[in-house]
Design a protein. Sequence first.
Lengths: 443, 308
Amino acid sequence: MTSYLIKGVSVVGAAPTDLLVRDGVVAQTGSGLTAPDATVLDATGLVALPGLVDLHTHLREPGREDAETVESGSRAAALGGYTAVCAMANTSPVADTAGVVEQVWRLGREAGLVDVQPIGAVTVGLAGERLAELGAMADSAAQVRIFSDDGHCVADPRLMRRALEYVKAFDGIIAQHAEEPRLTEGAQMHEGEVSTRLGLTGWPAVAEEAIIARDVLLAEHVGSRLHVCHVSTAGSVEVLRQAKARGVRVTAEVTPHHLLLTDEVVSGRSELASPALANNWSPVAAYDPVYKVNPPLRTATDVAALRAALAEGVIDVVATDHAPHAVEDKECEWAYARPGMLGLETALSIALDVLGPEWDLIAERMSRTPARIAGLDGHGLDPAPGVPANLTLVDPAARRVVEPAELASRSRNTPYARMTLPGRIVATFLRGEPTVLDGKAVK
Amino acid sequence: MIRHLLSGADPDLATATQILDTAAEMATVAGREVKKLPALRGRTVVNLFYEDSTRTRISFEAAAKRLSADVINFSAKGSSVTKGESLKDTALTLQAMGADAVVVRHPASGAPHRLADWVDGSVVNAGDGTHEHPTQALLDAYTMRSRLGRLAGLHVAIVGDVLHSRVARSNVLLLSTLGAKVTLVGPPTLIPVDIAAALAPGTLVSYDLDAVLPNADVVMMLRVQRERMNDSYFPSAREYARRYGLDGPRMRRLPDHAIVMHPGPMNRGMEITPEVADSPRSTIVEQVANGVSVRMAVLYLLLGGNNL
């Protein structure tokens, strides 16, 4: 195993130092380190972060290998600075048995670019009718701890209560896709001024807020852990704020796109929430399904509330909801397009834009907290002697233009095409082995 | 002139007026023995209909033929579309065939906007989902102007299922450009959120038809789709008709000069009674005739016609 001596790097924003990576761990830190056998990386100007951890990734395998595979998604993740991703269960077949979660886990090990931690379905076939064998998935080689029907809401309150209770036996957590299904029948975009103008059926904010309100009460009632996926509205933030103040064991994530984009982009009126990025936003066509996502892009008021909640900690985590889709599933009528957008390779740049170079906050929201929620030992730890060398090196001064064709993902549905984004991942290490060097995947 | 007609908001006041004036000239053709002009000879107009709409398709077909264009009807049924061909591939096919204009009717809102990205020719939106139907708004404006002599300052009440109505959206946008005032009337469940901010500031909303009628110059009744009846937008067809249907006594609350419009097809006895539909105030049959003239004007102007 090669050793690496990373020279002059700022660890989570601190004064420059050297890191010696050897035998899978950070062996030594401090100025002026020498190691004759080690490959030296000049990391002047770079920031070392604990490897990013994504709680919400769609890897599409098994079933839609044309859109993404565990390997291609892992490569995209490594290039984005991730060392672990949690793979959502809505594959085909659904990851609702020990067999499927073990398959995904094994494919992740074979790819060897990030730790792929499968998420198990809550209900059989994501149908919302009866519990999947949660215990079997927990006991499998994949050691599943997070369960989610993501893409679908566990809408039945009785089933949700039982799921929350049941997973306590193995310290599991239910990650809810909060969407009241009757309030979102046929929904195509955020319900508001833009949906009225475009004649698209609205997805009202209350459909998310009502489920979160119910679920925090259920979690409180049974004393279980609840995680809320992709929070998208100002009202949801308020519900979470109150629940946390009462001591409910709830955590929440927000996606990069909900921190940046508003529903106005669907109308082709390009209004980004970020003044820093607005300058390089080129006008887009109306009804371009690359902006179709679930939950939908919301208003500027919601974006502002989400940003504040993330900085404050009411929202705990940035999670990508990386959702690759084949070209034909996006190059069509809005109503027929699949919802979702790519995120792994651009998430850190968006976080940098939103949070600024607040490295400790970025490490907290994108690595330490998600690793803790997912129970991923060895991840989410700042580089220090004896700690597993899961880390990423960021060049905060670099700018990059997003070219869809150059992404490692098999799909091209990035909402940031041809935008110039701040920051660049220079290198990523998984247990001491580089997965990315010089901004390129090593395998 | 604009390149596509996708929205009632596309024509500015000068363009909208030009379309209506041109339509008036086209209308004189309908009175001739030979109802045909050579204006678009050698040009190809494709009617691309993903929804059944015999009325609109025939109207566009008649319009294109009276201008001597070659017309190709491409309906979704029994075509490559039912074999799973995507809108983009269909667009590229039409492009390869040299379509100068594509008239598209589609159940998905925004489909004509997508199409406009993929073809070089002009795209005319003949109704997309629950979004817009701009030529209907133009023919409605033409009908109002013909009957009432002006558009600026008119008060138009649009009554019914505004939420799902492409006719209402296009009318609000175009009438606002033309200086008319619009009040949208219907049960709160069928009025979309933030409608004035979304479409045209100054657009009013009322839930009380009787209160609006005495001040209306035009009442436009919208069709209520049967499928809304089982979806809790209102309790029953009879209750809807009682509260928002236009019957004889209600019609008599209108000023003497006011007209009654309906884009068709009507549900007689639901949103409009036969007494009203067949009254002298009703412009429903005129609207159909005006539709051909207005669509002739739109095709003629979009395809760069300069002299008649």
